[in-house]
Design a protein around this ligand. Structure first.
Ligand SMILES: Nc1ncnc2c1ncn2[C@@H]1O[C@H](COP(=O)(O)OP(=O)(O)O)[C@@H](O)[C@H]1O
Ligand SMILES: Nc1ccn([C@@H]2O[C@H](COP(=O)(O)O)[C@@H](O)[C@H]2O)c(=O)n1
Ligand SMILES: [Mg+2]
Length: 426
């Protein structure tokens, strides 16, 4: 294998089915480079990609953060400094920071202030993520930086539009006046664009004409990233696994629930909110019968009737935390209990069960907030089956499911449904 091929091979993105920890990442993040002239819309395009990938861990790294701070001497003659030349950036620091993130570790990156042309405290802590977007005018210029990327994008916006936006932005946000902006543009920005930035366009895999106005290109990019991430692999392998649609609210709640610093009160509050969502989602998978009714205005509404042969079963004790949400959604629902003990030698042992006597004829919502190895779940499901419940009548509701647990349960009980709010335990 020649060295160029080897380099590319090492950079191949490899999806990791089993999650991973900070110190031992099992999959490399998907790294996207977004280049383009000043004010072409790079940051705006990145924000759009990030917001469409709201259910993924995505971080944005700006090349601007790696601008070298000006010395006092340089500051005296700032109008003679070329911020659009590759030497204006500390590319070594950028490369080492990207390498740290690539290996699944958090990194502190400088916080650059465009008004004073220096890095300021505090630095920004960037956490590892599944997708890392590196954005900046020259991110496609240096081959070492390019080689870290799995996807290279160039935002191609008309130069008059860019100049107009730059005047607007720099006067409002970066403390400049129109005269400064025009001088700098003519002296450095335009010539460096032609010498360094425009030639880097040939390295791009995707060119986005009109930047953020190009919704179609952004949708296609997001789809490609999702495909590469194999985001719903488990849902594809096991069609009976349903992960509720993630939103920033849901990720925010998971962040609070997982944070060691969260107070007990907040933990209970946010866990309850998540449980309620999972329960509501799970109820949507119950069978229903169609029904037409007449509304007060006399029109006919074609609706459905809830399934009545229903019960909950909680796996003691953690499953009991889901009972209130189930009771709040299903008036008067019967809830049975199963207690399983983990015995080192004998494995999972059934210690106690109290189930409705007619459970065999009911649809069962099995409650346990965490699906980890799947062994307790397998035992609980086996108890239900031994009572005559049909496998396809069981919906297993949980908040967090480890891929390992999903594999264990779904391979043994392929007709059962799992509804969860996240399938990841790290
Ligand atoms: N499609 C667009 N339509 C209107 N204004 C835009 C558009 N894209 C970006 N802008 C504005 O132009 C300025 C520069 O955009 P930005 O995304 O910061 O560009 P870059 O990161 O490439 O310098 C910002 O003020 C932004 O709000
Ligand atoms: N102190 C600085 C540093 C950089 N610039 C200009 O910023 C541009 C890059 O940022 P974009 O968001 O526009 O990509 C670049 O063209 C530099 O001229 C500056 O003016 N002052
Ligand atoms: Mg920008």
């Amino acid at each position: 294998m020649d060295s160029e091929m080897k380099k590319r091979d090492e950079n191949q993105y490899s999806p990791r089915p089993n999650g991973g920890s900070q110190s031992t990442p099992l999959k490399l993040p998907f790294i996207i480079g977004v280049a383009g002239g000043t004010a072409s819309g790079k940051t705006t395009v990145c924000d759009m990609i990030i917001s469409q990938l709201h259910d993924q861990r995505v971080v944005l790294v700006n090349q601007d953060a790696f601008y070298r701070s000006l010395t006092n001497e340089q500051l005296q003659k700032v109008s003679e400094y070329n911020f659009d030349h590759p030497d204006a950036f500390d590319t070594e620091l950028l490369l080492s920071s990207m390498q740290t993130l690539r290996t699944g570790r958090a990194v502190s990156i400088p916080n650059y202030d465009f008004k004073i042309h220096k890095s300021v405290e505090p630095a920004r802590l960037v956490n590892p993520a599944d997708v890392i977007i590196l954005e900046g005018i020259l991110v496609l210029h240096d081959n070492r930086v390019r080689d870290t990327m799995n996807m290279k994008i160039f935002v191609d916006t008309d130069s008059d539009v860019r100049l107009a936006r730059r005047i607007q932005r720099d006067t409002v946000e970066r403390g400049r006046n129109v005269e400064n902006v025009l001088d700098q543009y003519a002296k450095f920005v335009k010539p460096s664009f032609e010498e360094f930035i425009l030639p880097s366009k040939k390295h791009a895999d995707v060119i986005i004409p009109r930047g953020a106005d190009n919704d179609v290109a952004i949708d296609l990019i997001v789809q490609h990233i999702r495909t590469k991430l194999g985001q719903h692999d488990l849902c594809k392998i096991y069609p009976n696994v349903f992960v509720i649609h993630s939103t920033f609210q849901i990720r925010g709640m998971h962040t609070l629930v997982r944070d060691t610093k969260t107070t007990k009160h907040d933990f209970v509050f946010y866990a309850d909110r998540l449980i309620r969502l999972v329960v509501e989602h799970g109820l949507g998978h119950l069978p229903f019968t169609e029904k037409q009714i007449t509304t007060p205005t006399g029109s006919v509404y074609s609706g459905v009737v809830f399934c009545k042969r229903l019960c909950g079963v909680s796996v003691i004790r953690s499953g009991e935390s889901m009972e209130n949400a189930l009771r709040a959604c299903c008036k008067g629902i019967k809830i049975g209990k199963i207690l399983i003990h983990v015995d080192g030698k004998k494995g999972r042992q059934l210690i106690y069960e109290k189930l409705p006597s007619d459970i065999a004829s009911r649809n069962v919502l099995l409650l346990d907030p965490v699906l980890a190895s799947g062994n307790s779940a397998v035992k609980a499901i086996s108890v239900l089956l031994s009572k005559g419940v049909a496998e396809s009548n069981i919906i297993f509701l949980n908040l967090i499911a480890a891929p390992e647990g999903i594999h264990t349960v779904c391979s043994k009980f392929p007709r059962l449904k799992i509804v969860t709010s996240e399938w990841n335990l790290c």
